[in-house]
Design a protein around this ligand. Structure first.
Ligand code: NCD
Ligand code: ZN
Length: 344
């Protein structure tokens, strides 16, 4: 395979940050994707419709004017979210989902939901308005091993939400385990899953190879190789149920290389190419377009993009670092070769 042309994809899970950090990263995504589901975990969180709409304006203002890119906004669920917030969001053409962060699960999740019971009337309203729920599917609690958090979340929380709200559309985001894949496949079309490029490309060894590497630390944390193989198989052979969501999550170099380093991997500079490298490992491209460009719009009930993109087999070297406001950012595969390049 020397070149591949597909419908322009969308990124179904993205962190764009704000202010000069937003300015530094948004055009990496805009040159690859037509749309992206924008995560609401700013400080303070994007918890109300007016906040989501003004964040959207800031994103659009930061775009290179030659790009047409549509940010699809989300609301951050808290213990205080109301059914009225959901009704208002569901009526906005710009807000497409609500995000559930279990409190304490990840970066900027302190304002998240402390117990699922606190949002039961909100989930009921979401089901009624057919408004998608996006879940960071990890159980919290110091007694739970970090590598087991996804499975415990399925057993204790997600299966209960699915049982009590069978018609609620849910995206199980950035899944990392064979357990999550099996669970999605055991359920009907109301449940979909996103898979990141980095979870298709690295296993947990990457964090420790040759010494501690904080640039491979993200949440959910990368798991063992058997799980990576299961993710590759799901992306390449079960694409109607799984779709691309990069979870590109930029943090300044100093915040990563620190005694309490932040979780998050930046992949927006080469997202489509990184997915291509993953698919190439299996030799099976038959569902590449389905996974990248078709399953997401189907789940979100949005039109498929009209434009196409082409990637070519071509080696290039990822920069060692890129500017990030007053600081720098270390992109995934910094200083290494990527063997695909998107035509710009
Ligand atoms: C994300 C971030 O930095 O905002 N970090 C990450 O490791 N993925 C938050 C998240 O999606 O968990
Ligand atoms: Zn994320």
């Amino acid at each position: 395979m020397q070149s591949i042309t597909i419908t322009r994809p969308d990124d179904w899970h993205l962190h764009l940050r704000d202010a000069d950090h937003l300015q530094a990263v948004v055009n990496d995504t805009a040159q690859q994707f037509a749309r992206a589901i924008v995560m609401p975990n700013l400080t303070p969180p994007v918890a109300h419709c007016d906040q989501a709409l003004s964040y959207r304006e800031r994103i659009i203002a930061a775009l290179d004017p030659t790009r047409s890119f549509e940010p699809l906004m989300t609301l951050y669920l808290t213990d205080q979210t109301t059914s009225e917030d959901i009704r208002e969001a569901s009526e906005s053409p710009f807000i497409h989902a609500c995000k559930l962060y279990p409190a304490g699960a990840t970066t900027n999740s302190a304002a998240g939901v402390t117990h699922i019971n606190k949002i039961y009337t909100v989930l009921e309203a979401m089901q009624k308005h057919d408004f998608p729920l996006l879940v960071h599917g990890e159980a919290t609690g110091d007694d739970i091993d970090i590598f087991d958090r996804e499975k415990v979340f399925i057993d204790h929380t997600l299966s209960k939400i699915r049982h009590d709200f069978p018609e609620l559309r849910i995206v199980f985001e950035h899944i990392t385990t064979a357990d999550a894949i099996d669970y999605v496949l055991s359920q009907d079309h109301h449940l979909g899953g996103t898979i990141t490029a980095h979870h298709l490309l690295i296993n947990r060894n990457a964090m420790f190879k040759g010494g501690m590497n904080p640039h491979h630390y993200c949440l959910p944390i990368a798991k063992r190789e058997t799980h990576r193989q299961a993710l590759l198989k799901a992306a390449t052979t079960q694409a109607p149920r799984f779709f691309a969501g990069t979870d590109s999550a930029p943090h300044a170099r100093g915040a990563k290389e620190s005694a309490c380093g932040c979780a998050g991997i930046y992949t927006a500079h080469a997202a489509i190419e990184l997915y291509a490298e993953a698919f190439e490992q299996t030799g099976n491209w038959s569902q590449f377009e389905q996974f990248m460009s078709l399953s997401g719009p189907a789940f979100y009930q949005l039109p498929v993009n009209a434009e196409q993109v082409t990637i070519r087999k071509l080696d290039w070297t990822v920069p060692d670092s890129v500017p990030f406001g007053d600081e720098t950012l270390i992109p995934f595969k910094a200083g290494q070769t990527i063997s695909w390049k998107l035509d710009l």
